[in-house]
Design a protein around this ligand. Sequence first.
Ligand SMILES: N[C@@H](CCC(=O)N[C@@H](CS)C(=O)NCC(=O)O)C(=O)O
Length: 305
Amino acid sequence: MSDIIMHCYDASPFTQRALRMLAIKGLEWRWVETPMAPPKDDLVAMTGGYRGTPVMQIGADVYIDSQMIAAELEHRYPETTLFPAGDEGLAMLLVQWADTFFIHAMSPIARLLLNQYPEDFQKDRAHVFSRWGIDALEGRYEAACAQLRAQGDLLNRQLMDGRLFLTGDRPGMADIQAFSVPWIMRAGLPELASSLWQGLDMLPPWEARMAELGEGTRIPIPVAEAFAEARSATSTCVEGVESNDPENLAVGQSVTVSSLDTRRGSISGRLVAARRNRVSVAHSHESVGDVVVHLPRLNYQVIPG
Ligand SMILES: N[C@@H](CCC(=O)N[C@@H](CS)C(=O)NCC(=O)O)C(=O)O
């Protein structure tokens, strides 16, 4: 039985990133389906306040954000690597680019798709994406479409020499980051996607190869099983702060950690560890016992107190 438990819902392009990682590594994993919008009491019991997707649990360790999940999966399950071209730094830098690509997609999504959802859901997404100004996004529709086409063109060019994936003949993180946007555009706005990316003939076969990777082996479980596993496990996190921490963080201090981009909730607790690209916070709840929640440093802020 796999020790990986994913807490996520499928309709998210960020969940899709995690699923492709599990696919490349050929892993079996257990799945707790989370709602797409609050209340998300079970998820928040596990994370200490983060309500986004995807979240990965292994025993009493909880990993927030697809980039943290990538790093932890690569560490625990090095075969098959997520970095087939040996380009870990570059492939992870693409997180920033892929998020920008996604912001452009949010404009047509806001104008053409979101209004088909119930009002409560629309309000929730307006809150989640408020730092991106969802109304302004809608108003920038044509400009955003032009950006989507220009970005798609770059992907198409990268594939022009006939390679199967962006960095060669094996799939990796670069593909995973890039794929999440065509995935949501083709699923939610297929006609617009076809029109924007008309003539970019290398894209559809590459997208088909990415989809064919699948998702590893998914085993749905009740949340009670995930809770029981967290309660009976002990975190593997090693306490400590790397020297010269830029924010002078110290083990034991109280911190609140939240994402710098969208509003997906914050986690407050005792700092257990801080490294260059990871911050780990202790969290306790009667459902999960004592767990440690791990977040990336990139794109997250750590506020003392
Ligand atoms: N940087 C994060 C972004 C995650 C994210 O923004 N997920 C969206 C779903 S598309 C989300 O959490 N929305 C709010 C929610 O699901 O409650 C990651 O890579 O995991």
